[in-house]
Design a protein around this ligand. Structure first.
Ligand code: GLN
Length: 308
């Protein structure tokens, strides 16, 4: 049974909130350091279009790494699987999301599209005649998935990340040297940091999670927004790499396709049932929302969410 009452969901949030004190807000992107440590909110969007939420769900969060799943979908729709996976691999790394180490191994393309190197290679592929058009295409696609044309991006967070992106810059130069990407690195970083700074609330995030849960169909309008094969491929990466190098343990404890970001966002997709959007900025040592992960564990046990 999915959760249908706010009271019930509130109780689960209160339970999970106890863990936020053990986490730490991301500060390597200076603008993210302003987030409130103890915050935890969640929205569930069911396949019949109904929604339940708990916590301060009007709070906005930036997508950060959650955006990687959505640019992957767009690149696959633009170019198809063969072309996309000529630039990026299918395998989990077991390394932190921003690690450079595996790029040293042959072939030197990034191992998967959910680590920073792989996501940068995917953003490199997004079609458009200039950086503005490429970013607009990403933003419009995300607005369509959430059914909310008011979604925008935080210029402050984008700028803050762009100015401090030296690790991502290094990944890009490494990949440029090895022929994975061949554009101006600063332009690519501007598109990527804006994509990561796209801003929404938990409900928007849950709606997008639900579209993926329904294999690409928006349940309220019955419109197909993503081909089923692309939605399934994205969900598979969410299972194998969506929670960075904690994806194995997450698969055991929660067992759903999910993608997290260093802002503390988690988007979950319970196949054929519902989408989940969570915001809890205190992170564990691997960069996942500590309260959000705990909340998903509790929800998985209570609502029998695991697909395994
Ligand atoms: N914008 C972030 C970065 O590239 C995204 C990483 C994340 O959310 N794990 O570092």
């Amino acid at each position: 049974m999915p959760c249908r009452t706010t009271k019930e969901l509130n109780e689960l949030v209160q339970e999970a909130k106890k863990y936020t004190g053990k986490g730490k807000v991301a500060d390597y992107i200076p603008a993210l350091a302003k987030a409130h440590h103890e915050e935890l909110s969640v929205a569930i969007f069911h396949d019949d279009g109904t929604c339940v939420s708990a916590g301060d769900v009007k709070q906005k969060l930036t997508l950060q790494s959650v955006s990687k799943v959505l640019t992957l979908a767009l690149a696959l729709m633009d170019y198809g699987e063969e072309a996309v996976f000529s630039k990026v691999g299918y395998e989990p790394t077991g390394d932190p999301f921003n690690s450079i180490v595996k790029l040293e191994f042959s072939p030197s393309k990034p191992l998967n599209p959910m680590i920073n190197a792989g996501a940068l290679a995917v953003t490199h592929m997004i079609k458009g005649k200039n950086e503005e058009e490429r970013f607009e295409r990403i933003l419009t696609f995300i607005q369509q998935l959430a059914g909310n044309s008011a979604i925008g991006y935080s210029a402050e967070v984008a700028e803050s990340e762009y100015r401090t992106s030296d690790l991502n810059r290094a990944l890009c130069y490494f990949m440029k040297q090895h022929g994975v990407i061949d554009e101006d690195i600063e332009e690519l970083l501007r598109v990527y940091t804006k994509q990561c700074a796209i801003e929404m609330d938990c409900l928007d995030l849950a709606r997008i999670g639900c579209v993926l849960a329904m294999d690409g169909v928006e349940p309220r309008t019955n419109l197909r927004l993503i081909p089923a094969s692309v939605a399934r491929l994205c969900k598979t990466f969410m299972v194998t790499c969506g929670m960075y190098n904690a994806s194995g343990e997450f698969a055991v404890r929660v067992g759903i396709p999910a993608k997290s970001g260093v802002s503390g966002g988690i988007m979950g997709s319970v196949p054929n049932r519902f989408g989940i959007g969570i915001f809890g900025p205190a992170l564990d040592e691997k960069g996942n929302s500590i309260g959000g992960t705990k909340l998903l564990e509790i929800m998985s046990a209570k609502y029998n969410m695991s697909m395994f």
